[in-house]
Design a binder for this molecule. Structure first.
Ligand code: NAG
Ligand code: NAG
Ligand code: NAG
Ligand code: NAG
Ligand code: NAG
Ligand code: NAG
Length: 374
């Protein structure tokens, strides 16, 4: 795969660009360095384990059918087991490429072959719970060149990818917190949820860093949202903008649906389109644990959608609008999944019953064979 191919089919804005070296072969080489890095958040400075000094880590872009060579160098004090690219369908990469150890002080190369029919967003992360809290990032799979791309089904070719990693921040040392948690079995509450590493405007010492997306009116954007939080289901929405969900966990869905917010359970991802079709202004993108608390500014994590152009944003001093999550989240579109699940349950029951009957019969036959006098 080469850059030219990417450029002709997609214009990518790579917010957390990976060092992407197009080699003479069609392999893409990616270099990750595991290292401790200092960050200022919530009025304090502390070190966390990172990849390439970033939180969240770099986004990996791949194409269906491609083989990536991922070099990981561990400059940290601890061994790190990396985990990559498995959606719930668990068909994305070969079994022996899913997790691997990178010992402290060593460098490991892993080839990762993406299956042909994947497209959507997955994620990679460290396996250890305390390492996973900060060592994670999105893994975006674009369709094979020349194929009928199923994913951006109604997207213009020049759509813009925007990885959105929902994570958490702890003021204390993450390793200590998780070791305590393992000992005590208590809950692991963080000090703030984050959107691309930032708690947003409503947290102390945070508004300088609030994640922002500049958008052009009339354009569509493909948000690649991953819930990388440790244990909490999160809700995500944008003020006055709908989201059209087109893929989940690295696979396109059959019936895309439009909603005003999405619900993400941990370790899951959703690809959704939002169209910059509103009055030019600043709008908040919000991440909350409880939708009833979307107006409680002590409890919400925010990022900003900023329309380009010359206008005066509403509500000085540039306070963006908050989303209005309707209480009756339209779950009708989830019904399809329910049907699929029900079908599997029914098939499963049928299979089990058949199996049990078969087992009883063979067993009986077996037993009767055993008691047959010789
Ligand atoms: C490179 O691409 C060709 C054709 O698309 C394919 O047959 C080959 O397996 C690819 N090689 C690697 C190393 O991915
Ligand atoms: C790292 O892993 C190796 C191999 O499993 C093991 O021998 C070593 O003790 C581990 N080191 C640490 C610091 O856990
Ligand atoms: C990775 O793939 C390259 C060529 O595509 C091959 O030369 C190399 O041996 C592979 N490495 C591993 C660890 O499988
Ligand atoms: C925010 O940015 C301003 C200007 O760059 C700087 O003076 C200030 O210290 C920053 N505040 C924080 C909390 O980082
Ligand atoms: C969002 O979708 C609803 C239902 O499809 C529609 O009534 C509403 O006008 C849409 N809102 C925007 C801002 O596009
Ligand atoms: C959500 O917030 C509302 C209002 O603060 C509260 O009554 C409710 O118990 C919360 N729900 C959960 C699950 O925490």
């Amino acid at each position: 795969m080469t850059f030219q191919k990417i450029n002709t089919s997609l214009v990518l804005i790579i917010f957390f660009a990976v060092q992407y070296t197009a080699s003479t072969q069609n392999n893409t080489n990616i270099h990750f360095v595991i290292e401790e890095t200092s960050f200022d958040r919530l009025c304090q400075s502390k070190k966390i384990l990172t990849i390439n000094g970033r939180f969240p880590g770099p986004t990996i872009y791949a194409r269906a059918g491609e083989t990536l060579a991922l070099d990981i160098e561990n400059k940290g004090k601890d061994n790190v087991t990396m985990f990559c690219c498995r959606g719930t369908g668990s068909r994305h990469v070969k079994f022996d490429q899913v997790e691997w150890l990178v010992e402290a002080g060593s460098k490991v190369r892993k080839n990762i072959t993406i299956s042909d029919d994947d497209e959507g967003t997955l994620w990679w992360h460290a396996l250890d719970i305390w390492q996973r809290a900060t060592v994670h990032g999105a893994f975006i799979v674009h369709p094979k060149p020349g194929t009928n791309q199923a994913l951006p089904f109604s997207m213009p070719h020049d759509h813009v990818d925007i990885p959105i990693i929902l994570g958490e921040w702890w003021k204390k040392d993450v390793k200590e917190i998780f070791l305590e948690y393992v000992d005590s079995g208590g809950d692991i509450n963080s000090d703030a949820f984050t959107i691309n590493g930032q708690p947003g405007d409503f947290y102390p010492c945070s508004n300088n860093g609030t994640f922002r997306i500049e958008v052009d009116i009339g354009k569509k954007y493909l948000l690649r949202v991953v819930n990388a939080a440790m244990s909490k289901t999160l809700y995500f929405g944008i003020a006055r903008h709908n989201l059209t969900v087109i893929a989940m966990d690295g696979s396109p869905i059959t019936e895309p649906f439009t909603t005003d917010y999405i619900e993400l359970t941990i370790q899951h991802s959703i690809d959704c389109i939002f169209e910059a079709n509103q009055q030019p202004n600043y709008y908040y993108m919000v991440d909350v644990m409880n939708i009833s608390e979307v107006y409680d500014t002590n409890k919400i994590t925010t990022a900003i959608i900023e329309y380009q152009g010359s206008y005066i944003p509403s509500l000085p001093p540039l306070l963006p609008l908050l989303p209005n999550f309707s209480p009756n989240y339209d779950k009708s579109s989830s019904r399809d999944y329910l049907y699929v699940i029900m079908t599997f349950v029914i098939l499963g029951l049928f299979f089990c019953t058949t199996c049990a009957v078969w087992y009883r019969q063979t067993n009986r036959a077996h037993r009767s064979a055993m008691v047959t006098p010789m």
